[in-house]
Design a protein around this ligand. Structure first.
Ligand code: NDP
Ligand code: KAL
Length: 257
């Protein structure tokens, strides 16, 4: 069996900068020979994403603006991708957002608007992109999303995002059931804490990292590259029998009581 991604095309959503988990995934897919398509939320991130993609040797990437809160924009994006490349083989969904004020204090104080916003961007976005992307996976394909332990159990400050990740995890499983008959697999990676733009400015992030270094079975934190390589596994034929699964790439932290 050949596990090269040569001749295959993958859409990577959610590169903000070189620290983004999506960028770790892009690099792993690129190294395996894939052609890449990048989407970004708004034009603020267009040039940074293009500059980063330039650093991938021999990569002839394509770029589209796609704010996942806009149904029309999502369907237009995949219509354009269909026009420009035809078939795609997979999608990495690395998108989440919640208002800062909802990521501190108590979950019980979450506003209706804050709750809906977090679920809209962080969970429903997987459903709407899967619906738009799956018809382009005419040779079968894979979809991978990024989740976090805070969706399985209560983690301090994660609050509404934890509830949105629980919804994302369940959506991933229902999508896996719907899309399996079309040869499309849907899985999630539950990543351990990584210092990215999203994590920036979040109080106490250093102590979260320190706790992982002290307690995780591997006694260290994980990297974007490690998430990238697991995404490569999930998006390649190496994982052809796996769907509806959550793989924890977290140095083993989730097994602790
Ligand atoms: P980044 O800040 O690098 O990436 C977050 C991305 O979300 C950005 O690229 C941003 O796009 C995108 N985004 C936000 N709103 C929208 C929108 N309306 N439409 C389209 N895209 C949007 O952070 P990470 O790499 O850390 O986050 C990627 C994923 O990994 C998230 O799902 C996060 O929850 C998850 N995760 C992160 C962990 C960590 O420790 N960092 C741990 C476990 C999971 P733009 O930049 O264009 O605004
Ligand atoms: C328990 C942890 C500590 C951190 C608590 C909450 C983290 C929530 C993640 C969420 C995605 C962060 C935001 O939405 C930040 C946002 O309010 C402000 N940032 C931005 O707007 C930047 C500019 C853009 C690029 O960010 C986004 N997202 O668009 C959780 C830790 C231990 C693990 C983490 C960080 C998990 C995770 O899901 O990211």
């Amino acid at each position: 069996m050949n596990f090269s991604l040569e001749g295959r095309t993958y859409v990577v959503m959610g590169v903000a900068n070189k620290r983004s988990i999506a960028w770790g995934i892009a690099r792993s897919l690129h190294e395996a020979g894939a052609r890449l398509i990048f989407t970004y939320a708004n034009d603020r991130f267009e040039q940074p994403v293009k500059d980063l993609a330039e650093t991938l040797e021999g990569q002839n990437a394509l770029f589209y603006e796609c704010d996942v809160t806009n149904d029309q924009e999502v369907s237009n994006t995949f219509a354009k991708i269909k026009q420009d490349v035809g078939t795609i083989h997979g999608l990495a969904h690395c998108i989440a957002f919640a208002n800062k004020e909802d990521l501190q204090g108590e979950f019980v104080d979450t506003s209706r608007d804050g709750f809906l916003l977090a679920h809209n961007i962080s969970s429903y976005s997987l459903v709407v992109t899967a619906k738009a992307a799956a018809p382009l996976m005419t040779e079968g394909g894979g979809i991978v999303t990024l989740t976090y332990l805070g969706g399985e159990r209560v983690v301090k400050n994660y609050n509404v995002m934890g509830v949105a990740k629980a919804s994302l995890d369940a959506s991933m499983k229902y999508l896996a059931n719907d899309l399996g008959k079309h040869g499309v697999r849907v899985n999630a990676i539950s990543a351990g804490p990584i210092r990215t733009l999203s994590a920036k400015g979040i109080g106490d992030f250093n102590s979260v990292l320190k706790k992982i270094e002290e307690e995780a079975p591997l006694r260290r934190t994980i990297t974007q590259e490690e998430v990238g390589d697991s995404a490569y596994y999930l998006l390649s034929d190496l994982s052809r029998g796996v769907t509806g699964e959550i793989i924890h790439v977290d140095a083993g932290y989730n097994i602790l009581g």
